[in-house]
Design a protein around this ligand. Structure first.
Ligand SMILES: [Zn+2]
Length: 387
């Protein structure tokens, strides 16, 4: 048995208009201070005012939201008693809002315990909407929640199918203000979701098309969105691509580039998308020796190779490197500015963390200790993987 879950997705120009159709009394907007400063929260609030919904705002979500933050947000929810919880922001506010929603409906649950195997019975008090303001994490279309445990300095992957949002509002105007660096980092995260969703062991017939479509959109439109943030066609297609990739990998899985990127980001604090994309070409080269045709299909679909087999996988990896260079992103760990000595000193921890990451379970070719060490070293130097 397999599931495919999706929220209602309202997308494209004027997608925010759907807010005026909402029925309810009170909404709690979960967001971060930047969204308030940029006026994006006010924009959402104006629609809710028109719908006669009273608006409360919890704007304390930090990047990589920590458990105490969602506990505070849940307290606010208990006071406000919203019937809508509305996340406005990138992956951090959306993930925090999902956790706040779960805790609001289930006050006795510990955030770290939110897992697919429990009974949540959500929607007795509220329903949830996500309005992404970046084009990358896909959190509006997945049930995943990433929270940080500040005591142990580790990230926890949580979530339950029920905490998939009710409505995702994918309005390109909400992402139009992203600076180029953030556009590139989040867009490359979406690319990694799509490639890994298409090539991991949990891929399936329902997700393949979404992943392929997302990869093609990202190759076409990410360079334009980075070069000219006011190119609204590129913004819209990237916003759609990120949600497609979210639905794709969210109903399949990601894989080893995410495991290695999480490990690197945890120790050296790189943005998520930059860290996971960095490892993508290397993991493609490594995994493709096990299953070259899958990568060849993907390469043929985006038109970067007419070859079959491993040669096509290599061309795909190189096309991804070219795309990363074009949007100003590092293609080796050295290029991120991390000193070789500091990196090698952390190599054992990086390997441990990557091996313990759930995304490592879905790689088609599982590395040995020595192979993973070599992968981290090749990625440091930027050497294509040939083993
Ligand atoms: Zn990701």
């Amino acid at each position: 048995m397999w599931n495919f879950d999706s929220p209602r997705i309202v997308f494209g120009e004027s997608a925010l208009d759907v807010l005026e159709e909402l029925q309810g009394e009170r909404a709690l907007i979960v967001t971060d201070p930047t969204m308030v400063e940029l006026g994006l929260v006010d924009r959402v609030k104006a629609y809710l005012d028109n719908a006669d919904i009273e608006v409360h705002i919890f704007a304390d979500v930090e990047p990589d939201p920590a458990v105490p933050t969602v506990l505070r947000g849940a307290e606010v929810a208990q006071e406000v008693e919203p019937d809508w919880i509305i996340a406005v922001g990138g992956g951090s506010p959306i993930d925090a809002a999902k956790a706040i929603w779960v805790l609001y409906e289930n006050p006795d649950i510990e955030p770290a315990a939110i897992s697919p195997v429990m009974d949540l019975e959500l929607r007795k008090k509220a329903r949830m909407i996500a309005i992404p303001t970046t084009s990358g994490t896909g959190s509006e279309a997945t049930f995943g929640i990433v929270l940080t445990d500040p005591e142990e300095q580790r990230k926890m992957g949580l979530g339950h199918r029920e905490n998939l949002v009710d409505i995702a509002i994918v309005d390109p105007e909400m992402a139009a203000g992203m600076p180029p660096r953030l556009t590139a980092d989040t867009g490359l995260d979406a690319l990694t979701h799509a490639v890994e969703g298409y090539t991991c062991t949990w891929r399936n017939d329902l997700t393949d098309g979404l992943c392929l479509s997302a990869v093609r959109l990202i190759f076409r439109y990410l360079p334009r969105a980075v070069a000219d943030g006011s190119d609204m066609e590129a913004r819209e297609r990237m916003h759609n691509a990120a949600t497609c990739a979210g639905l794709g990998f969210g109903n399949a899985m990601a894989a080893m580039a995410h495991a290695m990127g999480h490990a690197l980001g945890g120790v050296f604090h790189l943005p998520h998308g930059r860290a996971v994309a960095l490892f993508l070409p290397y993991t493609i080269e490594f995994v493709a020796s096990e299953e070259p045709e899958r990568f060849a299909e993907l390469a043929a679909f985006i038109g970067c190779s007419s070859e079959g087999g491993k040669e096509a996988a290599r061309e795909l990896a190189n096309s991804i490197r070219d795309l990363m260079r074009e949007v100003g992103s590092p293609v080796s760990v050295a290029e991120t500015g991390i000193e070789r000595g500091a990196y090698e000193a952390q190599l054992d921890k990086l390997m441990d963390d990557a091996f313990n990451d759930t995304q490592m379970l879905t790689t088609v070719r599982a590395p040995s200790d020595e192979e993973l060490r070599q992968l981290f070293l090749y990625a440091y130097e930027g050497r294509p993987v040939d083993f």
